[in-house]
Ligand binder design. Structure first.
Ligand code: NAI
Length: 332
């Protein structure tokens, strides 16, 4: 007899059938993300929406023999696409080209995300919302403001997806240390762009890196996205690694909804950690539960250098968050 030791326990009445919607499913991230979500057995209803191309993606992934139905929707189908969703993932919007920062995407993506948030508020107000569209530091506050204005904001159900920074940190530290990345866990806190990305190497397996190696590693984690933008040479930014990151995070949110315990991921959420300093959203480890965010974890012990990095991150985050809030106030 084969025996298996469960690493997570289950609540007895946990549901295990979930509707997940992907808004922007026809894009570079949306397509592989839809594929990976089709492989998640907790997803029983996969709803793919885009301005163009979603029915084709849906027909394609629907032939994979897992226990979910897949439907693709064009613009007029957005209400139907969202109805009854437990999780809505948003990778809609334009990606970077060489030389652009994530903030350069603000003008285009802010209104896309605002309008999708309005539709979510109207048609699936109870869904967990996972924002991939950049700049995440501003698009997450945009979604919060829209939901607040419609009286349906639940801070425990809104997430900025920073998982790609976590994946990169594991990969890059393993390249420096010559280890298997599968065994490298690095907590990344702050936000999701440049200096707001703060990997806590002092809490990793490799706390004693020399200063030069440490600084180069931190810089690579903070600006790893630029490597992909440059290599794609105008054809976009990370899509495949991002799809893996998005699928992992969505999987963890579903695990939490299903009542599994000890489901912990860093995410950019409405956070109590630095609210008294004016930082309303911050990424740190979050325990996920049946209602979304269960616990926002403090950062833990930081080195003096990490304290400085976190301070710099906070200063930038305050501005990024305010920009999102102001956008919704000025363009409701
Ligand atoms: P893409 O251009 O390949 O795909 C975007 C898709 O969004 C397109 O299919 C487009 O038709 C769709 N779209 C645009 N407006 C829409 C609307 N109003 N409703 C529904 N769909 C709409 O771009 P890609 O590479 O998939 O990137 C998407 C976003 O993800 C970008 O903003 C990018 O910066 C961001 N991103 C975020 C990362 C993260 O770590 N959070 C990592 C990499 C990219």
């Amino acid at each position: 007899m084969i025996s298996k030791i469960a690493t997570r326990t289950f609540a007895s009445s946990a549901a295990s059938a979930y509707k997940v919607s992907v808004l922007g499913a026809g894009g570079g991230i949306g397509q592989p993300l839809s594929l990976l979500l089709k492989l998640n057995h907790k997803v029983t209803d996969l709803s793919l929406y885009d301005l163009k191309g979603a029915p084709g993606v849906a027909a394609d992934v629907s032939h994979i023999p897992t226990n979910s139905t897949v439907k693709g929707y064009e613009p007029e189908g957005l209400p139907e696409a969202l109805k009854g969703s437990d999780v809505v993932v948003i990778p809609a919007g334009v990606p970077r080209k060489p030389g652009m920062t994530r903030d350069d995407l603000f003008n285009t993506n802010a209104s896309i995300v605002r309008d999708l948030a309005k539709a979510i508020a109207d048609h699936s107000p109870k869904a967990a919302i996972l924002v991939i569209s950049n700049p995440v530091n501003s698009t997450v506050p945009i979604v919060a403001e829209v939901l607040k204005s419609k009286g349906v904001y639940d801070p425990a159900k809104l997430f900025g997806v920073t998982t790609l920074d976590v994946l990169r940190a594991s990969r890059f530290i393993s390249e420096v240390a010559g280890t298997n990345p599968v065994n490298e866990k690095v907590t990344v806190v702050g936000g999701h762009s440049g200096v707001t990305i703060v990997p806590l190497l002092s809490q990793s397996n490799h706390k004693d890196l020399d200063t030069e190696t440490r600084d180069a590693l931190i810089h690579r984690i903070q600006f790893g996205g630029d490597e992909v933008v440059k290599a794609k040479n105008g054809a976009g930014s990370a899509t495949l690694s991002m799809a893996q990151a998005g699928a992992r995070f969505a999987g963890s949110v579903l695990d939490g909804l299903a009542g599994e315990t000890d489901v912990v991921e860093p995410s950019f959420v409405d956070s109590p950690l630095f609210k008294d300093e004016g930082v309303d959203f911050f990424s740190s480890k979050v325990t996920l539960g049946p209602s979304g965010v269960k616990t926002v974890h403090p950062l833990g012990n930081l080195s003096g250098h990490e304290e400085e990095l976190v301070k710099t991150a906070k200063d930038t985050l305050i501005k990024n968050i305010q920009k999102g809030v102001d956008f919704v106030k000025q363009n409701p």
